[in-house]
Ligand binder design. Structure first.
Ligand SMILES: [Cu+2]
Length: 132
């Protein structure tokens, strides 16, 4: 009965636990950068907010699901993505976005996660010029 041997060397992502530092303090150098919080899970991508002004933006991406995901932002000939994010971990993606409409989706699984619903849209700039 040696039950006190730790069998699961799985540590919760440390940076996930430091909740004393809210999102708004994390832009550091660039005070003008907007922050978009992105939550990845099976099978959803949630952007908050999903409308921002044109310019620098920092995506704070957290994987609240139970398998690895990632975030890719695509539109206006731009295509940028994070590395794969393990469950419970976070990543950031800094972009400078001109006005337009962008897709934000999970590129994991060669498009299968996207097809399962891991897709949201981001509107940048004057929303009234965007066709609804
Ligand atoms: Cu995914």
């Amino acid at each position: 009965m040696f039950k006190n041997t730790p069998m699961y060397p799985i540590f919760r992502a440390r940076h996930h636990g430091s909740l004393c530092d809210p999102w708004r303090h994390q832009n550091g150098g660039n005070a003008n950068a907007k922050t978009v919080k992105v939550t990845l899970s099976e099978w959803k991508v949630r952007l908050s907010p999903d409308k921002i002004p044109a310019g620098p933006v920092e995506f704070e991406v957290s994987n609240t699901g139970s398998i690895p995901h990632a975030l890719e932002v695509e539109g206006r000939s731009l295509e940028r993505k994070t590395a794969q994010i393990q469950p419970g971990a976070t990543a950031t993606l800094q972009l400078d976005l001109p006005a337009g409409r962008y897709e934000a989706y999970c590129p994991v699984g060669k498009g299968s996660h996207k097809m399962l619903g891991m897709l949201d849209h981001l509107t940048v700039g004057d929303a009234q010029r965007v066709r609804r």
